[in-house]
Design a protein around this ligand. Structure first.
Ligand SMILES: Nc1nc2c(ncn2[C@@H]2O[C@H](COP(=O)(O)OP(=O)(O)OP(=O)(O)O)[C@@H](O)[C@H]2O)c(=O)[nH]1
Ligand SMILES: [Zn+2]
Length: 354
């Protein structure tokens, strides 16, 4: 991964670079973001990089670099110093309530940039969470990239209503069937990502994202990111989240994205912890708490342990969130979530609204 074209470099980027770069500058793409530094791929290889001090202390429009960003940097002292982030074509973001960190601009935290596809990975053998799918679709549409659903583990069988359900929940979204165990569908998926294009993987823990990355690469990336010195595994400094595929496409699988399913229900599930806790006892995992048999939430209302208005509020929020997620309006969704979290907090503690 040393050629800029193979990293997704374009005419537009070249123009933006030419507009601001000085003769000592190089262009590169962020392939990993660690606690105190970045890994930068550029024409000369891969190098450890840090942001220039003035970038960290000034509020730029683009904020600090994220994985997938193209940046303007200077090589110095065996490393690189990043002076600017080039304009992002697409950005995958999560809304945040806490704006104290300076990588947070305009109420959203950008997790990955310049992606072309969002692969929503889910196991074909298990039921998926409608709400999670809606959130992921919303975030994907909000990013500007094209969402696609990747059903893994088809060697274990396809949950029969899955395809019909997806047609309803994710209309118009392409569904790809793969098996990381047998390799079925992998070549087709790899061919879909054209040279220079980047696909971001999202999905819950255990759905097979790591296995999918390894399959797409045709090698075990763990073996490439860990050195075995003295028989003990040790992470090297060259770990990366962005991988180049044989066909010229790129895939992005970042730890930041892995936390996504937690934040997506964050706030909401906190505000309605009473209901979500009780709901774990519902007979059906996708229980809507309406008239389903074995609904623990309805039972709790019937025996007086849960007030009926809690469920009414929850259902209303759920409908609104689903609507916003369908519209792909990430910001409105976040505002709505904050509003609800606040209202329910006030209701529960008896505070008076300001
Ligand atoms: N049968 C079968 N098993 C699979 C397939 N893909 C993944 N698995 C298994 O599912 C488990 C989880 O796979 P991972 O690739 O670690 O899942 P992940 O999404 O990366 O999970 P996290 O690292 O927790 O985010 C492992 O035991 C895999 O061997 C598949 O297509 N078929
Ligand atoms: Zn229920």
């Amino acid at each position: 991964m040393t050629d800029l074209d193979h990293l997704g470099w374009s005419e537009t980027l070249a123009q933006s670079f030419a507009d601001i770069a000085e003769p000592t500058h190089i262009a590169g793409r962020i392939i990993a973001h660690h606690r105190g530094h970045y890994e930068l791929a550029y024409a000369g290889g891969t190098i450890r990089a840090q942001c220039a001090g003035r970038m960290r202390h000034r509020d730029t429009d683009l904020g600090l670099p994220v994985v997938g960003d193209f940046v303007v940097a200077r090589l110095e002292g065996g490393g690189a110093t990043i002076d600017a982030v080039l304009p992002r074509r697409t950005k995958f973001a999560r809304a945040v309530g806490d704006l104290t960190r300076h990588d947070v601009a305009k109420g959203e935290q950008i997790i990955a940039a310049n992606i072309d596809y969002v692969f929503i990975v889910t196991g074909a053998d298990a039921d998926f969470s409608t709400r999670r799918l809606e959130r992921l679709l919303g975030a994907a549409y909000g990013s500007g990239a094209v969402p696609m659903i990747v059903l893994t583990k088809i060697d274990l069988g396809l949950a029969p209503p899955m395809i019909d359900q997806l047609a309803i929940e994710a209309p118009g979204v392409a569904v790809h069937l793969v098996s990381n165990a047998t390799g079925e569908g992998i070549a087709a998926l790899r061919a879909l990502i054209r040279p220079g294009e980047t696909a971001l993987l999202v999905g819950s823990s255990g759905v097979g994202k790591s296995s999918l990355v390894n399959r797409l690469l045709g090698t075990d990336r763990q073996a490439t990111s860990i050195t075995d010195e003295n028989g003990r595994g040790r992470h090297t400094t060259t770990s990366r989240d962005l991988f180049a595929l044989d066909g010229g496409g790129l895939i992005l699988d970042t730890p930041g994205i892995r936390a996504i399913t937690q934040w997506q229900t964050e706030g909401l599930d906190d505000a309605f912890a009473d209901i979500t806790t009780i709901a774990t006892h519902c007979r059906f995992s996708d229980c809507r708490h309406e008239a389903e048999p074995g609904c623990a939430v309805q039972a709790a209302i019937a025996d007086g342990t849960l007030e009926a208005h809690r469920l009414t509020d929850y259902a209303k929020l759920d409908r609104e969130m689903a609507h916003l997620a369908r519209r792909g309006d990430k910001r409105a969704e976040a505002a709505q979530r904050r509003k609800w979290a606040k209202t329910t907090r006030q209701r529960r503690t008896g505070d008076v609204a300001p």
